[in-house]
Design a protein around this ligand. Structure first.
Ligand SMILES: [Zn+2]
Length: 167
């Protein structure tokens, strides 16, 4: 069982947030920018989700975003590898995930401009499944939002978690 965690930015242009704080390596208060990379660490029962921030000299600071329960004991949590850069929408290729023996994909919506329909969003960004296949999987409970069954017309916004089972 392998799970991939990823983040999607639904805004057209990503503006990384910045935080001013003390950098131990620089020895002074500097501006840390969000690298848009997310890291997950697991201690078996819980998964800790961090945003990687960097100062101008590339020193990193892990900002804790959330803690959530590991739903499967044998889940392998990988680092996120997909995000949107500079107006470019990256498409998720389900066939290649299947070949890597990924069973589940968890997608956290980092940022959105207004709500968007679940089936439409997935049809735009998933390669390998048609919109009608996506609708069927939603109805079969193989695609959930915030770990609950939902409708294809469900509106997706910031902080929602889309869980996709790849069988
Ligand atoms: Zn620094």
């Amino acid at each position: 069982m392998s799970i991939i965690e990823m983040s999607w930015w639904l805004t057209e242009k990503v503006v990384p947030t910045a935080i001013t704080r003390y950098c131990k390596n620089c020895g002074r208060t500097v501006e840390f920018k969000d690298s848009l990379i997310r890291r997950h660490n697991s201690n078996g029962k819980n998964i800790f989700r961090f945003a990687i921030y960097k100062c101008e000299k590339d020193h990193t600071w892990n900002r804790k975003l959330s803690i959530y329960k590991a739903y499967t004991e044998h889940a392998v949590v990988r680092e996120e590898k997909l995000f949107i850069k500079e107006n470019k929408i990256e498409i998720m290729d389900l066939d290649s995930l299947c070949r890597e023996e990924v069973n589940q994909v968890n997608i956290t919506i980092e940022n959105s401009v207004g709500d968007v329909r679940l089936d439409k969003l997935l049809a735009e960004r998933l390669m390998g499944w048609s919109r009608s296949q996506i609708v069927r999987k939603i109805k079969e409970g193989l695609i959930q939002v915030n770990h609950k069954d939902c409708k294809p017309s469900q509106k997706i916004g910031t902080k929602d978690l889309i869980v996709i089972m790849i069988t």
